[in-house]
Design a protein around this ligand. Structure first.
Ligand code: ADQ
Length: 461
């Protein structure tokens, strides 16, 4: 087997039990199994004139290679082009895009730095797998440095339709950079279709049976839905967790149900309307008052970008307002936790919740939806209420699918989930388990690697 070299903006600790962020979770699961090298930014910003050599550290089967960035890199490449241009744009939020020419320059500069660091550690037989929107120009940079290895790219977030993509200056350059990879992977058929439309409209070419002709080369473009390590998650959810159990018993004695939401605190996750939908449930169905609570766990993220400060304030105000309006001395309707929960406690919390409420306005896949399903007991499973704009909705048909912009629709479906007969819950859960097992972390890795190493396109979707 060829050595696998994974590259992403940040390198996560593959053995850590607390991790918030889908890329870290998905990749750590996959790399732990296969081993290899993981290269990325070490999270530090330093002053330096000459680019430092990558720092190498071995953790189990995985060798980490990391580099620091400068303050300017961080501001322009990370906060700037990656998270103030590409992130909102790829999530269809043109209103939040803040573009500056310096951001694009920083983006190109840091991609060149990544390429310099990588060529110093690459071996001829390696296969390279690059992740996410921060590193779209990296294949082109590597090719310029004479790199001959096969290079794949996976986009964890949505790929927008051409009319939206065209709002970013140099969009054609961005897509042409993408076409420098040997394999381009997306989460869903919708994303793949959007690339198809772009290459037809702007480049006068097309994707035929998963392949695009680019000069003499042939590029594979496919759909590779990311998944979780289902068995590991089931096992974690079944393991007793004392603190969660005490809390669950208390709720059971009082006959109260719990709806759970778990997200990075991001404006794409639809959190304000999720809270409004919960309030609407209490309004429309007064019998639900005191018999259900919403636990929302939201990990802080990218707090230096203004849009993230705004969303935090909005949520704090909203949860306060809902509690102010509905709470009683012995019942708090919304429990809003601004923090990260260890993965084993998270699994136990999912299992102890009767509804998993996942309502992004736009999401590449959404692993929380899959984790919630995996954590349920087959005898008495909870119900997943899922946004139609999460990539996961392309596959998880047996969830209750909702429109995250329609507060009434979400409230009605919450009520339906909370009153669903046991038999229907069991049937839906069984079907959903089959789906998340079919498209699990290993399947994602295997199908992508088959395309990258052997040029094979299995029907990944
Ligand atoms: P994210 O936007 O980070 O990922 P998601 O797929 O839901 O979204 O992954 C989040 C992960 O972090 C999950 O494993 C979850 O358990 C964990 N997490 C989130 N909040 C947490 C909290 N408060 N405490 C503890 N753990 C928390 C991006 C894309 C997604 C895509 C993934 C993987 O935006 O669409 O599914 O990458 O490709």
């Amino acid at each position: 087997m060829n050595r696998l070299v994974v590259v992403s903006n940040r390198v996560a600790d593959v053995q850590r039990s607390t991790q918030a962020g889908g890329l870290a979770v998905g990749l750590a699961d996959s790399l732990r199994q296969r081993g290899g090298v993981w290269m990325g930014w070490d999270g530090q910003t330093l002053k330096y004139e000459e680019e430092p050599e990558p720092r190498i550290r071995k953790i189990g089967a995985v060798t980490q290679a990391t580099i620091p960035l400068t303050e300017q890199d961080y501001a322009e490449y990370y906060l700037g082009f990656s998270n103030s241009v590409l992130w909102p744009l790829f999530h269809y939020r043109l209103d939040l895009v803040e573009y500056k020419t310096a951001f694009l320059e920083g983006y190109r500069r840091v991609n060149a730095k990544f390429a310099n660091a990588l060529v110093s550690i690459l071996q001829p037989e390696d296969v390279i797998w690059i992740h996410d929107y921060h590193l779209i120009p990296l294949a082109a940079e590597l090719r310029q440095r004479g790199c001959k290895q096969r290079i794949g790219f996976f986009l964890h977030i949505p790929f927008p339709p051409p009319e939206i993509l065209a709002a970013v200056p140099r969009h054609r350059w961005l897509v042409e950079s993408l076409l420098e990879f040997d394999v381009i992977g997306f989460q869903t058929n919708t994303d793949l279709g959007n690339l198809q439309h772009y290459v037809e409209d702007h480049l006068g070419t097309e994707i035929t049976e998963g392949r695009i002709k680019v000069g003499e080369r042939e590029v594979i473009a496919g759909c590779f839905p990311i998944g979780i390590d289902v068995d590991a998650f089931v096992e974690m959810a079944e393991r007793p967790n004392d603190e969660v159990q005490i809390e669950t018993h208390r709720r059971e004695i009082l006959g109260r149900r719990q709806i759970i939401g778990v997200d990075r605190l991001d404006y794409t996750k639809g959190l304000p309307d999720r809270l409004r939908a919960f309030a609407r449930l209490l309004e429309l169905y007064p019998e639900m008052r005191k018999s259900v609570a919403l636990m929302q766990i939201a990990t802080p993220t990218r707090e230096e970008v203004e849009a993230y400060v705004d969303i935090r304030k909005e949520l704090e105000a909203l949860s306060g307002a809902i509690n102010g309006r509905f709470a009683d001395f012995n019942w708090t309707p919304v429990r809003y936790i601004h923090g990260t929960v260890p993965r084993d406690a998270l699994a136990a919390l999912y299992r102890a919740s009767q509804v998993g409420f996942v309502t992004p306005l736009r999401d590449g896949m959404n692993l929380v939806a899959k984790e919630y399903v995996a954590a349920q007991s087959p005898e008495n499973p909870g119900v997943l209420v899922l946004s139609k704009f999460a990539g996961a909705a392309e596959d998880l048909h047996e969830a209750l699918i909702v429109n995250p912009y329609d507060v009434d629709d979400m409230a009605r479906n919450l009520c339906r989930a909370l009153t669903m007969p046991l038999e229907e819950r069991q049937e839906r859960h069984k079907a959903l388990m089959e789906r998340i097992r079919k498209h699990d972390a290993k399947h994602w890795l295997d199908t992508f690697m088959a395309a990258l190493e052997k040029g094979e396109i299995k029907n990944a979707a």
